[in-house]
Ligand binder design. Structure first.
Ligand SMILES: [Zn+2]
Length: 355
């Protein structure tokens, strides 16, 4: 009967709907804020349970003596124990191809701090633990682009970074090869040897964590392989970009160059980062001992950007929240500015000979 089907406040159906609405509102209020959920884009990079099971806080803390690297008497050209990773990544989708400079995140104030861990064939680079300590202290997510040989020569530190849920690990080539110069076979080796080395370390972590009784679910939170790559020297060419796309790795360069490897101090590093960072920026720094003032600049950079309303994310979290702005060439600050490295460093894997 139409006359009874509307208008009555006491009708059981309406009371039920009111209760249902109230329950839904309460459930919605109990969920994490959408901003927090979006911030990590559902991606995990490690496990606190694994990290804490394998290392006490004192073993995670940086040590000043580890910062400086040293030149080797002769180049270390030994390949990793495994030269091909056992896992494979899906081919890169069109939206992630090219040399990514930054991300258009629709005005969202997101910024990705990145730290390169470069190591050439003829040097043993360092580990700037003060940088990692500062990020952990402030709980700032970040991405480390690690050379494959660096992962091998710093295996304990590398495993700590791989396990830490704050940090994403990217690939920075085996011995810092120059992808503007290397032939196809050697470019492939530089990428895949590094993927394979990461995979071996992840297996060591898994074995150690299982011995300590950590659950398989926690171990599974550690990515099987890096999914992002950074070209050493900011050098690439179309064949290199195609190779990476086929291997499923996004080439991530930067739009905010801290120039921390070029001398200077904490003041100049902080000033350059703050002058260039904008929503969707990717910031270039170093954590292999090449940086000058990087760790000193970090607390200032973090406080200033947070004060301006920015949220820190890893590179993959940033890419998941917007449109990658990519170029067909690689450079530091403007096209052509890294070509000089072809003559200075040749194939890139060794320092120039001293005259
Ligand atoms: Zn590098």
């Amino acid at each position: 009967m139409p006359g009874l089907s509307s208008g009555s406040a006491l009708r059981p159906g309406r009371i039920f709907r009111l209760i249902a609405c109230l329950a839904l509102a309460l459930i919605a209020a109990a969920r994490p804020a959408p901003a927090a959920a979006e911030q990590n884009a559902g991606l995990t990079f490690g496990s606190k349970a694994v990290l804490e099971a394998l290392w006490p806080p004192a073993a995670l803390a940086g040590a000043e003596a580890e910062k400086a690297g040293k030149r080797l008497e002769s180049a270390d050209l030994a390949p990793p124990a495994r030269t091909e990773p056992q896992h494979a990544l899906p081919v890169l989708p069109p939206g992630l191809r090219g040399s990514i400079r930054r991300v258009d995140a629709g005005g969202k104030k997101l910024v990705a701090l990145t730290f390169d861990l470069c190591e050439l064939a003829d040097n043993a680079a360092g580990y700037d633990g003060a940088v990692v300590d500062a990020l952990r202290r402030e709980q700032v997510p970040a991405t480390f682009f690690a050379g494959g040989k660096w992962l091998r020569s710093h295996s304990e530190r590398a495993m700590q970074l791989i396990c830490d849920p704050l940090f994403e690990i990217g690939n920075h080539a085996w011995t810092h090869g120059n992808f503007g110069v290397l032939d196809a076979t050697r470019m492939r080796e530089q990428v895949l040897w590094t993927q394979a080395q990461y995979e071996s370390l992840r297996e060591q972590i898994a074995a150690r964590a299982m011995e300590k009784g950590v659950s398989p679910q926690e171990i599974a939170a550690i990515p099987a392989l890096p999914r992002v790559f950074r070209f050493p020297y900011g050098r690439c060419r179309p064949e290199a970009l195609e190779l990476l796309a086929g291997l499923g790795l996004a080439a991530v360069q930067w739009d905010a160059n801290s120039q921390d490897a070029g001398g200077g101090d904490g003041d100049s590093v902080a000033a350059r980062v703050l002058a260039h960072a904008r929503p969707g920026s990717i910031v270039l720094c170093h954590a292999n001992g090449f940086g000058h003032g990087t760790a000193q600049a970090l607390p200032r950079i973090i406080a200033a950007l947070r004060g301006q309303g920015y949220t820190f994310v890893t590179v993959s979290q940033l890419l998941a929240q917007g449109r990658a702005e990519a170029k067909t060439e690689c450079y530091a600050d403007k096209p052509g500015d890294t070509v000089m490295y072809d003559t200075m460093f040749g194939d890139g894997t060794r320092h120039p000979k001293k005259k």
